[in-house]
Structure formats: structure tokens, C-alpha cells
Design a protein around this ligand. Structure first.
Ligand SMILES: CCCCCCCCCCCCCC(=O)SCCNC(=O)CCNC(=O)[C@H](O)C(C)(C)COP(=O)(O)OP(=O)(O)OC[C@H]1O[C@@H](n2cnc3c(N)ncnc32)[C@H](O)[C@@H]1OP(=O)(O)O
Ligand SMILES: O=C(O)CCC(=O)C(=O)O
Length: 414
């Protein structure tokens, strides 16, 4: 498999690893866990009766809680500083220019500009899965963001999916329309109410440049069938939308200033239109989930065809007749430059009953290479876990696996 890694080249290999992280129920190229303390002041037990989408906390006012309960989103003005946003903007430029190449990152170009040589802010619609980019991942660890996230997830938080969207000027209806959808369609884990998206405007977002559009109250509905809806212009691959748009519920355009942040529920129906201005519309976002969430099997659900589409793409892209996840899984240390020892160790841990991670948990790991690592049990006590190995999987067949257990796979973590 190391030969496969060489053949694919660095970029493809990182991409393959990213795709497989989406698909594999087992940890992929595993970075060392990083922990960011949360306040741990939020009760993990939803308050009975009045509130079911927010947890008891000392941050949200009763009105704010009620607003989220009723509408499925909460907008906090001026949450992220200009200084941080400028740092994210600069990092985005560096990624576009390939000055930095964080492992696993996905750079999505505008379809009509794909053949264009080079990459710049002018052709990149979004970067996704930036968990290995220290500067961008700082967004997910900002205390001002996390303190709100906690109100929805509780204190044990996983950063599940990250995006920086750069909605390009769109003169010919070719590009970046986000059809109305529910994010839960992409997530094979539950419960939905312990998942929340934090979305921060990096410049003023308004109707003309394709701000977020939400249908308030739709978080109270079930997950609906998604696919490629008929819409003007081209549809982007893997951008599924509601097959039957909910015409009855009014749409609200979320006009937001730079730094404003909206937190929204994964069942809330939302999307964004095209950018009719000549400027860019940037946002940075992360989907967080409680580490007490568990994976579900998407077989025979409305999410199953997304799984199939992903599998087909992987098979086609890597010229495989079937995706043998176990085989790919063993190649991770070869594919992930600079992380060999970590990956190999985790690999050994998966294959044997006992691994260094478990020994760390048991206090028996004296290897200096593991010094300072945080065992999962501690992550559970009020920390944000940055752990892309726990990245959601569409192929989980064990419907009771906790997200946290997927981080380390084996061992009695309780
Ligand atoms: C790892 C994949 C995970 C996706 C799940 C998202 C989870 C999100 C969860 C959170 C949800 C939050 C809510 C949300 O965010 S909702 C939106 C969620 N969807 C996405 O975020 C998808 C983002 N895009 C990608 O992951 C990549 O760009 C894909 C995987 C699509 C291509 O990757 P890549 O560029 O490396 O692969 P390739 O060069 O070999 O092309 C393969 C094929 O794809 C075609 N093509 C490429 N680009 C476009 C385009 N723009 N328009 C139309 N087609 C396009 C291309 O022509 C070729 O087709 P064909 O020649 O085979 O016919
Ligand atoms: O930022 C956008 O334009 C749309 C984002 C979105 O729909 C999402 O994060 O689910």
C-alpha cells in the first residue's frame, strides 16, 4: 500500500485519505488529539419540559433559548474579531496558492474554471476539512465560539466538519448555489439536537452576494429526501438539495456583518443563492457534535444513496472495482507524511487488543513520544476534541458505536 501512496502522489494520496475518512468506520490517518478546555458548565441533560434543543447553561438568555427552540438558529452579532477573520483570510489565500498544504484538505474549484491552471481566490469556491491547518482550525477552538456551541452539544465537543466557503462572483449562473437542504442528510450520527453548526460571516453577507437563507422552525421536522433538485444553472457534485421544496414555510435571508455568527440545528432547512456582486462572499464554519453522539447505519434510510454516490466516486477516481476499506486502512502511515509513528501506532492498536492509546488510558504508557497526549476519558470531561479520525462515516454498521469510541476504537473508555 505504500507503493499505492507513491503512485498517487501527495495530493491524491491526501485526498484519498480524506475520502476514506468519510467512508471508513475505523480511524484513518490519526493526528494526535488536541484538547481545548471548554467551560464544562453546561448540563448535559436537556432541561425537561420547556427546552429540548438547548441545554441548561449560564450564557443564553431565556429569550435566546426560546428563539433557538422556535426557529432552529441563533444569530450572535460581532462574535469573532476582525483580527481573527483577517488571519483566516490570509491562510485561505496561502492554501489557494499552495503555499501550505495541510493533509486531508479538500480544495473545491468552480466547475467552469476547473481546467484553469493554478489556484487563486478567483477560482476556489471552498476549502473543506481543514482540521490539520493550525491557523484555520483555530476558528473551531475560539472560546467565544465554543461557549455557545456548548449550549447545544454539552461540554464534550467534537469538531466534525470544517469549511471555508468563498462564494465567487457569479455572472452566468454556473457556480455556487447551495440548494435548500438539511445538513443532517450528510451526517450518519445522532441525536440531531446534539449537533450544531457555527457559521461566521467573513464579510458582510446579504441577499445580493448569497447570504444564508433559512426556513425558521423547520428543525422540528423530520429529515427529508435529498438529491439533485432541478435548478437554474449547474448543480455542484455532492451538493444535494431537498427534492420537494417546502414552499409553505417562509424564507428568511440572514443578513450578517463581518464577525457575526449563526448557530443552527442540522435539521433546519437552509441554503444560499448565487453571488450577484463582483466581490467574494466568504464564511468560515464548523459542524460540532457532542462526543456522546453515536453513529447510525444509513442502510435503508434516505441517506443511503449519498453513501452509494460517494462509494461510486471513490471507485471511479481510484480505478477500483470495489472499495476494500480494510486494505486501504493499512496504508495510512504510508499516505500521511510526517505522521508515520502516530498512524502506525494507532494501526497497531486497531489490530491488537492493546495499543499505546489504551495503555495511556491505563496509565501504563511511559513512551516519551506519547507524553502530553490526552486520553479520551479526559476529553470527555469538558474539552473540545479535534479529531478527524472520528470523521463521520457512511459505512457504519454498528449502530451503537459512540463517536468517542471511534476515536480510539478499542478499549473500555468509561
Ligand atoms: C470526500 C467527499 C465528501 C463529500 C461529503 C461532504 C460532506 C459535507 C458534510 C457537511 C455538509 C454541510 C452542508 C454542505 O456543505 S452541503 C454540500 C456538501 N457537498 C460538498 O461539500 C461537496 C464538496 N465537493 C467535493 O467534495 C469535491 O469537489 C468532489 C468530491 C465533488 C470532487 O472532488 P475532486 O474535485 O477532487 O474530484 P475530481 O476532480 O476527480 O472530480 C470527480 C468528479 O466530480 C466532478 N466535479 C468536481 N467538482 C465539481 C463541481 N464543482 N461541480 C460539478 N462536478 C464536479 C468532476 O467533473 C468529476 O466528474 P466525472 O468526470 O467523474 O463525471
Ligand atoms: O455558506 C453557504 O453559502 C452555505 C452553507 C451551508 O449551506 C451549510 O453550511 O450547510
Amino acid at each position: 500500500m505504500e507503493r499505492l501512496g507513491e503512485r498517487l502522489g501527495e495530493r491524491s494520496a491526501a485526498r484519498l485519505a480524506a475520502v476514506l475518512r468519510h467512508l471508513s468506520p475505523r480511524p484513518a490517518a490519526a493526528p494526535a488529539p488536541v484538547s481545548i478546555p471548554t467551560s464544562a458548565q453546561v448540563s448535559v441533560v436537556p432541561q425537561s419540559g420547556r427546552f429540548c434543543y438547548t441545554l441548561d447553561n449560564d450564557l443564553l438568555t431565556t429569550e435566546q433559548r426560546q428563539f433557538y427552540e422556535d426557529n432552529g438558529y441563533l444569530l450572535i452579532k460581532n462574535l469573532v474579531s476582525d483580527e481573527d477573520i483577517e488571519r483566516f483570510r490570509k491562510e485561505f489565500w496561502r492554501i489557494c496558492r499552495r503555499e501550505v498544504k495541510p493533509p486531508g484538505i479538500m480544495i473545491m474549484k468552480d466547475e467552469s474554471l476547473r481546467s484553469q491552471f493554478g489556484q487563486s481566490e478567483n477560482v476556489v469556491n471552498k476549502v473543506q476539512d481543514f482540521q490539520e491547518d493550525e491557523e484555520l482550525f483555530r476558528y473551531c477552538t475560539l472560546p467565544e465560539v465554543l461557549k455557545y456551541v456548548e449550549c447545544f452539544t454539552g461540554p464534550n465537543i467534537m469538531a466534525m466538519h470544517t469549511m471555508l466557503i468563498n462564494k465567487l462572483p457569479d455572472s452566468d449562473k454556473q457556480t455556487f448555489l447551495h440548494p435548500m437542504h438539511q445538513d443532517l442528510h450528510y451526517f450518519p450520527f445522532r441525536p440531531a439536537s446534539r449537533i450544531v453548526c457555527a457559521w461566521t460571516a467573513m464579510e458582510r453577507a446579504h441577499q445580493d452576494n448569497g447570504c444564508l437563507v433559512v426556513q425558521p422552525g423547520t428543525h422540528r421536522t423530520a429529515l427529508k429526501p435529498h438529491g439533485y433538485p432541478e435548478c437554474e444553472g449547474k448543480t455542484n457534485k455532492l451538493f444535494h438539495g431537498l427534492l420537494d421544496e417546502d414552499e409553505k414555510t417562509p424564507k428568511v435571508h440572514l443578513v450578517m456583518e463581518k464577525g457575526d455568527t449563526v448557530f443552527f440545528h442540522p435539521l433546519l432547512i437552509h441554503g444560499s443563492g448565487i453571488n450577484r456582486t463582483s466581490g467574494f462572499r466568504k464564511s468560515i464554519s464548523c459542524h460540532f457534535a457532542s462526543s456522546e453522539c453515536h453513529y447510525i447505519d444509513v442502510k435503508n434510510t434516505t441517506q443511503e444513496h449519498l453513501e452509494k454516490e460517494l462509494q461510486e466516486m471513490v471507485c471511479k477516481k481510484y480505478d477500483a472495482t470495489s472499495v476494500e476499506l480494510k486494505t486501504y486502512g493499512t496504508s495510512e502511515h504510508g499516505l500521511c507524511k510526517g505522521k508515520e509513528s502516530t498512524c502506525r501506532r494507532l494501526r497497531e492498536e486497531q489490530d491488537g487488543e492493546r495499543g499505546p492509546e489504551n495503555e495511556l488510558l491505563l496509565g501504563k504508557n511511559t513512551d516519551p513520544a506519547w507524553a502530553g497526549r490526552i486520553p479520551f476519558v479526559d476529553l470527555c470531561k469538558g474539552n473540545l476534541a479535534k479529531f478527524c479520525t472520528a470523521k463521520f462515516s457512511m459505512l457504519i454498521h454498528n449502530d451503537s458505536t459512540e463517536l468517542g469510541q471511534l476515536m480510539y476504537v478499542k478499549g473500555n473508555l468509561t
